[in-house]
Design a protein around this ligand. Structure first.
Ligand code: NAP
Length: 270
């Protein structure tokens, strides 16, 4: 690093296991950019100071992760329409008009899905109704899918469906009757455990099954999907593609997705 090195990063809490610095630094290196991406561990009570610090220090870009994606909106000059509809910002840019918030999670989800299928006109079921679900549902509705939201708390699924224009909602137990061609798990079930949000027998053999959970990479849901003959798609790809879209937004360059995916793998081994 030198005095000219562009410094950017991610604010999150806790910062322990994030693979974002590895992915972004690999992208900067592959693209020959003099830039460095750092993980800033910012507890909720210091978020305002951190964002003000961004302005004061002239940091041009910051990613925002849990638990700050909604709270950060109150500290920005402008939030774009998409991030406002989703209700979360994961990308902040300091430009001529001040601090501007955007969301790349929904594009990340669509680009990940595009590795296996085009959601246009397909029956898609989103499991979960939290922050990740809002981005995924927004993306699927934009892409022209017929979307159902299933969640443990049905009231939350209903609210999300109404907010973002999903066609149906219900409890997780409705999966089998909906005969989905696409299933995306956005619940946290499976993260660090052997659990799955739905029974293996309810997964149709012709479906594409994407998991937002990426730790472990082979979740129980993805293993069950493969056993049923369905096509599994790991959460790694949603994470890599949302980071790639941040890179595109910040640099205006085509993101080196393969280098970012390799860095994701490498960071998981260390
Ligand atoms: N790959 C990526 O790029 C990416 C991006 C964002 C998030 N994620 C992952 O997605 C997951 C969800 O994140 P989030 O920000 O959306 O979290 P969140 O807002 O806290 O939502 C959690 C969701 O999981 C459900 N849930 C939790 N425990 C459950 C259980 N035991 N049984 C059934 N449902 C349960 C909740 O249902 P209730 O509403 O009933 O509580 C809710 O729908 C996390 O694992 C996160 O790491 C991945």
């Amino acid at each position: 690093m030198s005095a000219k090195t562009m410094v950017c990063g991610i604010v999150l809490h806790p910062a322990g296991h994030t693979r974002s610095p590895a992915m972004h630094n690999a992208a900067f290196q592959a693209s020959g950019l003099d830039a460095h991406y750092h993980a800033f561990d910012v507890p909720p009570e210091q978020l305002g100071d951190a964002i003000r610090g961004m302005r004061g220090l002239g940091l041009r870009q910051l990613a925002v992760s849990l638990p700050h994606k909604t709270a950060v909106m109150g500290h920005l000059d402008r939030v774009d329409e998409t991030a406002r509809a989703i209700g979360a910002v994961n990308t902040v840019t300091l430009g001529e008009n001040g601090l501007e918030g955007a969301n790349t999670d929904w594009v990340g989800a669509l680009r990940a899905l595009a590795r296996e299928t085009d959601p246009k006109g397909r029956r898609a079921v989103v499991l979960g109704a939290g922050g990740a679900a809002r981005a995924v549902v927004y993306g699927l509705v934009q892409a022209g899918a017929h979307v159902a939201v299933l969640n443990r708390s049905e009231a939350r699924a209903q609210q999300l469906a109404e907010d973002l224009g999903a066609a149906e909602f219900g409890p997780l137990s409705r999966l089998a009757e909906l005969a989905p061609e696409i299933i995306i798990n956005t619940t946290s079930v499976g993260m660090g455990t052997e659990a799955s949000p739905v029974g293996a027998e309810t997964i149709p053999g012709n479906a594409v099954v994407m998991d937002a959970v990426y730790e472990p990479e082979q979740t129980r849901l993805l293993q069950d999907a493969a056993t049923r003959g369905a096509r599994p798609l790991g959460g790694k790809w949603m994470l890599v593609h949302q980071a790639a879209e941040q890179f595109r937004l910040w640099t205006g360059l085509e993101p080196p997705v393969d280098a970012m995916a390799e860095a994701f793998d490498e960071a998981g081994r260390s």
